[in-house]
Design a protein around this ligand. Structure first.
Ligand SMILES: NC(=O)c1ccc[n+]([C@@H]2O[C@H](COP(=O)([O-])OP(=O)(O)OC[C@H]3O[C@@H](n4cnc5c(N)ncnc54)[C@H](OP(=O)(O)O)[C@@H]3O)[C@@H](O)[C@H]2O)c1
Length: 265
């Protein structure tokens, strides 16, 4: 796998995040990674990295084994049509991170000669902390292993049924934005009670990281840990209940479901 070459077709927000995560790991040499987009000058900042940069998608996949398609849904069919006659069975694995486009839609364009995967990472890939949900329809164990190996480099990987991919997009990929908005609100609250923005950010970021680590390491339900912080008649429970009276959990769940309904359309 270490010698496998990767191309990222459509290196925008998520493509760059994946690229940065892979470069950070240094398992795949930079020269074995190719990044494409049409406005290639937008990738100039990556020149020093040693990554192959080009706007020619066909040329990019010639030197690749794992092909990550990271374009928007409205661009994917055009890209697949461009690539389909250049896909090499036995060599290429096609992985789409494009939201909402099924494996069967992809295979309608490229056929079934090359294994097709869908993967849903998030932008924390850039710091090696993504959770990536993967699905396939009948890939060989070795092929799945290669794809998992790739995404394990930039975080943790889970294999799920394809009919949960949209849910994975909302919870795992959009989820980063929900958490960041929560963090922003915490920082604003921190400023109101006396901290400057920089200090509040440090305190909040570490608090959020620590709370997540607590759950990850101890495999606990959040409420179990919340009980340890909420002294009867104390300030934490007063604050939490006030948040709930104002719709904290409800608004989060409603927002998540609204995102899901939008992606389902
Ligand atoms: N952003 C996230 O957090 C995230 C996470 C997981 C999955 N996704 C999914 O990944 C997909 C991309 O999202 P994004 O946020 O990364 O979008 P984005 O920033 O717009 O990136 C897409 C890139 O594709 C390039 N592109 C378009 N047509 C191309 C073509 N024919 N050949 C080569 N490159 C082409 C665009 O650059 P040029 O215009 O220069 O070609 C653009 O940089 C979406 O379906 C999204 O749902 C996103």
């Amino acid at each position: 796998m270490i010698n496998n070459r990767v191309s990222i077709i459509g290196c925008g927000n998520i493509g760059i995040s994946l690229l940065q995560g892979l470069l950070k790991q240094q398992i795949i040499p930079a020269k074995n990674i190719t990044a494409t987009r049409r406005n290639i000058e937008e990738l100039t900042h990556l020149k020093e990295s040693g990554v192959r940069l080009m706007s020619d998608n066909i040329e990019a996949i010639k030197e690749s084994d794992l092909i990550i398609i990271a374009v928007k849904p409205y661009n994917i069919v055009g890209v697949l049509q461009e690539l389909k006659d250049h896909l090499n069975p036995g060599k290429h694995l096609l992985i789409s991170v494009t939201a909402g486009v099924t494996i069967s839609k992809i295979q309608d364009v490229v056929g079934t000669r090359v294994p097709v995967f869908r993967a849903m990472p998030n932008i924390s890939a850039s710091v090696g902390k993504s959770v990536t949900c993967i699905c396939h329809n009948g890939a060989k164990p070795k092929e799945l292993e290669s794809v998992k190996f790739l995404f394990d480099m930039i975080g943790i990987t889970m294999t799920i049924d394809e009919d949960l991919m949209e849910s994975a997009t909302i919870l795992g990929a959009c989820g980063v934005a929900y958490v960041l908005r929560f963090i922003r609100a915490m920082i604003q609250g921190g400023i109101q009670i006396g901290f400057d923005a920089a200090t509040a950010s440090v305190i909040v970021n570490q608090t959020v990281k620590g709370a997540a680590e607590l759950l990850i390491e101890r495999h606990q339900h959040p409420e179990f840990e919340i009980d340890k912080v909420t002294t009867p008649k104390g300030c934490t429970i007063v604050g939490l209940n006030e948040m709930e009276h104002n719709g904290f959990s409800s608004s989060l769940i409603k927002g998540l479901v609204a995102s899901f309904e939008k992606i389902e359309k």
